[in-house]
Design a protein around this ligand. Sequence first.
Ligand SMILES: NC(=O)c1ccc[n+]([C@@H]2O[C@H](COP(=O)([O-])OP(=O)(O)OC[C@H]3O[C@@H](n4cnc5c(N)ncnc54)[C@H](OP(=O)(O)O)[C@@H]3O)[C@@H](O)[C@H]2O)c1
Length: 245
Amino acid sequence: MNKVLVIGASSAQAQATARLFAAEGSRLFLAGRDQQKLDDVAADLKARGAAQVESLTLDLNDFSRHQELIAAADAALEGLEGALIAHGSLGDQAAGQADYAVAQGELTTNLLSPISLLTILANLLEPRGGGCLAVISSVAGDRGRQSNYIYGTAKGGLSVFLSGLRNRLHRAGVRVVTIKPGFVDSPMTAHFKKGLLWAKPEAVAKKIHCAMLKGKDVVYAPAFWRLIMFIIKALPEPIFKRLNL
Ligand SMILES: NC(=O)c1ccc[n+]([C@@H]2O[C@H](COP(=O)([O-])OP(=O)(O)OC[C@H]3O[C@@H](n4cnc5c(N)ncnc54)[C@H](OP(=O)(O)O)[C@@H]3O)[C@@H](O)[C@H]2O)c1
């Protein structure tokens, strides 16, 4: 895959993935809200071998600019072949429980913004009959837990949307990849105590890169999360609701 749009390019997982594409000499278009961070990421990717790196600065919750972003990336790359959607926020669950406006903000960033972008990207790639759309969802979307069910609702909804989109675009030859990381040591989780289940962004990036090239459907990263979530999903509700998760 030679022409890739990276949305939320300052994310640790996105940057680590973009480095793998850069090492292959890919052409990249970066989107994010912080111009300085995008400039730093772009310089790093050029130094690592990217054939071209361009960028657009925007708040990804500004839906009115989504069309402009994808048109700019498509023009700059002379026909984008792949997109990785990586932006997200891990909001304060307690604040979201207390105030719906906070919850709505989380749902906007983690669910509605990706859906808006995917709608435009899907309608661009479907008639062309090829391409790959990869999105970072989360294991948090597999089952609602009291500690983060607002974030989990957004990611769960996103995973369902991606499932439907994959089903729709399969016949057109457009691949849709759902990435479900577990705990990743990134700025988003800087305040968490780390343990055995934690992964580095570089390890998740290898899975994302491989999944985009091979067109996998749903990827847990690391892979052991598939088993963990299988067990968590299998727990009967009368037991699950009593657990402190
Ligand atoms: N870390 C984990 O444990 C974990 C686990 C499962 C899934 N995920 C998901 O993985 C993805 C990448 O996260 P990460 O771990 O790489 O954390 P990260 O480095 O903190 O990345 C989060 C990114 O989202 C961007 N972002 C948030 N709101 C935005 C907005 N309104 N407009 C533009 N950009 C916005 C941030 O931009 P700024 O740099 O400008 O702040 C940042 O680049 C997210 O979707 C996250 O939900 C993370």
